[in-house]
Design a protein around this ligand. Structure first.
Ligand code: C5P
Length: 223
């Protein structure tokens, strides 16, 4: 089978990460979590005292952190200046600030270049998940998937993931998630959007296994 490039986009809580990792593992492809990269740069900004409400300060600092993504779907990693950042990038503080940081054009330019070089060097193909992969990062991807789900389903999944890690309640999770998606969809530079040639999959009534099966079938048709 030839190397395939698969772009999987959609809002939070649609099962993008679980689906992308499983599809990549099943088909022997590499895997890139682009949200983790935006979270990593946000974590670095917070740690280094950069005001995340100041787009100019963010733009000036954008090139400083060294972000490296490991692309094994069984054990994806992310390091910032050589430090493992996989835990710290998932805190509520990072989640609440990542949309502001990722909206800064200088940040997007740098991260987009990084993503393109990772995809280009992934022998055998790669699944890249995010918000603007099909529209901006990899417009020539072999397959583009856009995952959706009702706000209720997305909030329920997200709070299920958070349970045990941090205190959450469903209403607050739903509100935060809707706010983040609105910010991601409303920003000027490469907003969250479905590419014209993307296949839309509504996951509201589907189990994770059904979504994985559906995407695997679509990828196999392209190989
Ligand atoms: O996917 P995840 O929820 O980890 O993404 C975190 C944030 O990173 C998103 O809310 C969005 O602000 C940003 N992001 C982005 N473009 C991508 C992937 C993520 O702007 N391709």
């Amino acid at each position: 089978p030839s190397a395939v490039i698969v772009a999987i986009d959609g809002p939070s809580g649609t099962g993008k990460s679980s689906t992308s990792k499983a599809v990549a593992a099943k088909l022997g492809l590499r895997y890139l979590d682009t949200g983790a990269q935006y979270r990593a740069i946000t974590w670095w900004m917070i740690t280094n005292g950069i005001d995340t409400d100041d787009p100019h300060a963010i733009a000036v600092a954008a090139g400083k952190p060294g972000i490296v993504s490991g692309t094994d779907p069984a054990a994806p990693t992310i390091t910032v200046d050589g430090l493992d950042a996989s835990g710290p990038i998932r805190t509520q503080e990072v989640t609440s600030k990542v949309s502001a940081v990722s909206a800064v054009p200088e940040v997007r330019t740098l991260i987009t270049e990084l993503q393109r070089s990772i995809a280009a060097s992934a022998e055998g193909g790669i699944v890249v998940e995010g918000r603007d992969i099909g529209t901006t990062v990899l417009p020539d991807a072999d397959l583009k998937i856009f995952l959706t789900a009702s706000p209720e389903a997305r909030a329920a999944r997200r709070s299920g993931e958070l349970r045990g890690k941090e205190a959450t309640d469903l209403a607050a999770t739903k509100e935060a998630l809707i706010k983040r998606d609105a910010a991601d969809s409303g920003r000027k530079t490469s907003p969250l959007a479905k590419a014209g040639d993307a296949v839309e999959v509504d996951t509201t009534e589907l189990t994770l296994d059904q979504v994985i099966e559906c995407v695997v079938t679509l990828v196999e048709e392209k190989r």
